[in-house]
Unconditional design. Sequence first.
Length: 426
Amino acid sequence: MCAKILNKTKRNLSIIIKINLLEVRNAWGYSESRNAFICRLDCAPARRLHNHRVPISSRASGKLIKTNAKWKPTVRTQFQCREICRWVSNICGSLLRDMHALEAASSGLATTSYVPCVNYTTGQTSGTDFVERRVATLVAERTARRQLFYGIEVVALQSGKPTCLDFNRFLPILPTFVSIVWLGTEYCHVNPIDQVKSLQLARSLESRIAVLPHITAYCLSQERLDQFLALNFTNVLPIRGDLVHEIQNFTYSWEIVEYIRKQQGDKVSICVAGYPEGYTSLPQRQDPAEAMRFLKRKIAAGADCIITQMCYSSETIIQFIKDCRSAGITVPIVVGLTVADCFRTYCLSEHIAGVHLPPEKREELLLIHKEPQRVARFFVQLILRIIRDVLDADVGVYGIQFFTFNKFEPVYELLKELRTLQILKD
């Protein structure tokens, strides 16, 4: 069902290909007959190959690029799209680099001007609502109060335009922090690094609210990481990512954590991702115990806060938190959740993160998947239940991060419910 939804319209496919969220731009091949790079994604339940073309006449050297690969797999479910993209990436790695080079050359390595679209509250503009900038410190302080708090994750662009953030819509209780997604393949060759759109948004927000810019290992050299650190952001969330570039100096996120901590000391708060269900984005899913060992290594390297991957199971989240504490991990934990606004957004989150609803909940969702309002209500109530379960479990976790996908309305609705029930309060 999700496969049909994901491929229902060209517009939805465009959302996937444009890598605002999915980052599948690695799947480029060259079509000599069409004189274009093509991204091939076969996400339908039958043999249906979708092509997204970007006309390119030649590579930077002037020579045409060809591939001999002719593999066109039959894909039964949309979840196998990740494997296709990785396969294409293996044979077309040079194409990706040439694509970046051509884009960079055509733009002079400078991005178009990015003007953030932000409406601040009166308290934010007067400076009375904002003192502490380090996310780990904020999370620890609010956790000590034993009261629910939240942050939001956003992407800098929405449909090619700056994402509009209106903090007045979150009142009376603002997010504790704003986490900003790093699109590895999109930002790989943006120079200087301060022209990366996510960092421009972070720079714009940082004087009014705590910001947590991400950075991925993909395409990350030590020199580029030094350039990032020179921007003096107070927080960072390093992520390994699923792709590997030949020029990168870091293979795992713990290596980035270790380097940042050695260079910056305690001046910066370093958050890392935790995975309640293991590494669900990988074709061969690792067991949670293996993921826990990796998490411990990130903490040992200097991370001071954990934000979990999205998960739709209260039991899994609670067990993950208990496992962290049993493993000797004492840093504060924030639970990552998604309030989907429609079935298509749920399918997209499923596809990106590899996490799924429990079977009984999925069956319940399928009965109403063609009714957007009921779907939105379903997710508001589901996430509300998860939050209550985590709080009732008394595991010492009170922070939530909403993976918004730049869909803010369901988050507003959930916050309203939480306030009405006196779960979220000043």
